[in-house]
Design a protein around this ligand. Structure first.
Ligand SMILES: Cc1cc2nc3c(=O)[nH]c(=O)nc-3n(C[C@H](O)[C@H](O)[C@H](O)COP(=O)(O)OP(=O)(O)OC[C@H]3O[C@@H](n4cnc5c(N)ncnc54)[C@H](O)[C@@H]3O)c2cc1C
Ligand code: SF4
Ligand code: SF4
Ligand code: SF4
Length: 369
């Protein structure tokens, strides 16, 4: 290599630009898709952070660096490909809707549109499976490869609704490293899957597709979730929150994130509403510098914000997104109430989403400066 030749970046650069700044989101992507995975170069430590397990085996190929959601080197390519326009990205339709199946309505985070669309895709042979995340305990989920309608139903909702005593856990994390599940997917041109994920996860998947990393090509549809932040905390922080807001985690019936954090508690009629700004001490560090609220590169983005309780807001972005949304709508999996989908109501929804996106981008700018 001559003196002027540019060397690809490597895991060493990730250490410098991400780990040392304390902004690794512990998504597991770098370790799962490391080119030297067969011989072992990097691994995940017990604390969740990736590290060099054998630096000599590193090929210095730069793949881990480029696919990391904290690195923005491929953003120009993605922005051009997905016609990105600030502050919320490209979109062709906004709607508020709910699943028609009452079972889905009952269990869903909001209107169950994500679950209904996944089932519609599976039952109409658009996908063979979906990467989702499944609840394994209070405030605990695991990546999950759903191959049947029942599998998709098993993954409905979020990890915020608490069943059972949370005090036994000791560690709480609302982020689930779902993209690591992609590593186990069969790499076949005939096999098609959908992935549900928060913005940093869909960002990584789009980068893998851009780099043609196998098996990212099997991801045919991306169902993005809006995301203002995720939380990671321990028992001490939990006790602080309980004292600050005068409630017990054991009394949580349901928790949802919309414009703020909404907690429904046993024996309390009105929900407890907590502003995001009041939970800064338990926000994951990676979220502090993240400016993507609406999941710019997804086929459709979904959130609870701007919709009434029991409804999901959908921001349809790409032709693939239009195809799956219309399939679910036309085949009776989801329904859009007319009075909430007038042009005036849609403008109000859009105003709220834009305002929230700007708020998140400003927060990221302030943390970075
Ligand atoms: C961590 C997180 C933060 C969010 N923040 C906001 C926000 O600030 N504002 C807002 O309006 N909306 C936010 N959302 C989106 C919102 O909570 C709903 O997921 C969305 O409205 C879809 O609702 P639904 O009833 O259609 O989904 P459902 O039909 O209930 O399906 C939810 C799907 O999400 C998957 N899922 C659940 N938890 C996770 C997770 N941690 N990571 C990846 N996938 C998961 C499930 O497997 C399921 O497939 C957030 C979601 C998550 C997971
Ligand atoms: S081999 Fe490539 S992907 Fe693996 S750690 Fe080294 S630079 Fe990263
Ligand atoms: S954010 Fe993900 S890809 Fe980036 S260093 Fe951390 S674990 Fe690796
Ligand atoms: S705020 Fe950003 S970094 Fe944090 S979980 Fe959401 S998308 Fe990922």
């Amino acid at each position: 290599m001559t003196e002027n030749e540019v060397k690809p970046k490597s895991f060493l650069d990730l250490i410098k630009e991400v780990h040392e700044k304390g902004i690794c989101g512990e998504c597991g992507g770098c370790v799962s898709f490391c080119s030297a995975a067969d011989i072992g170069a990097i691994d995940i430590s017990s604390s969740g952070l990736p590290y060099y397990s054998n630096e000599d085996n590193c090929l210095h190929c730069g793949i881990c660096y480029l696919i990391c959601p904290e690195i923005h080197e491929l953003d120009a390519e993605l922005n051009a490909k997905y016609n990105f326009k600030p502050p919320i990205g490209n979109w062709s339709k906004i709607a508020t809707a709910h699943a028609i199946d009452p079972q889905i309505q009952k269990l869903a985070t909001d209107g169950g549109v994500v679950t209904a669309i996944l089932i519609a895709m599976l039952e109409n042979n658009l996908i063979d499976a979906a990467i989702v995340s499944k609840k394994i305990g209070p405030f605990q989920r695991t990546p999950f490869f759903a191959k049947s309608k029942q599998d998709i139903l098993d993954a409905i909702g979020t990890n915020y609704n608490v069943e059972g005593p949370v005090s036994e856990l000791g560690k709480y994390n609302t982020f689930v490293p779902t993209i690591t599940e992609l590593k186990n997917v069969v790499s076949s041109d005939k096999f098609k899957i959908a992935v549900v994920g928060v913005p940093c996860q869909i960002h990584s998947i789009r980068k893998m597709q851009e780099l043609k990393i196998i098996p990212a090509h099997v991801v045919e549809y991306t169902l993005g979730l809006f995301c203002y932040e995720n939380f990671k905390f321990d028992e001490a922080a939990r006790a602080r929150i309980e004292e600050r807001f005068n409630f017990s985690f054991n009394d949580i019936i349901k928790m949802n994130i919309k414009e703020n954090v909404i907690i429904n508690l046993k024996d309390r009629e009105d929900p407890l509403i907590i502003e995001f700004s009041e939970l800064q001490d338990i926000m994951r560090n990676a979220c502090r510098v993240c400016e993507n609220f609406t999941n710019y590169y997804a086929d459709i983005s979904f959130g609870g914000i701007a919709s009434k309780q029991g409804f999901t807001t959908s921001l349809i972005r790409t032709p693939a997104g239009e195809k799956i949304y219309n399939l679910a709508l036309n085949k009776g999996y989801i329904s859009e109430p007319g009075d909430s989908n007038t042009s005036v109501e849609k403008s109000k929804m859009m105003a709220q989403i834009i305002s929230f996106s700007k708020r998140k981008a400003k927060r990221a700018e302030e943390f970075q400066s």
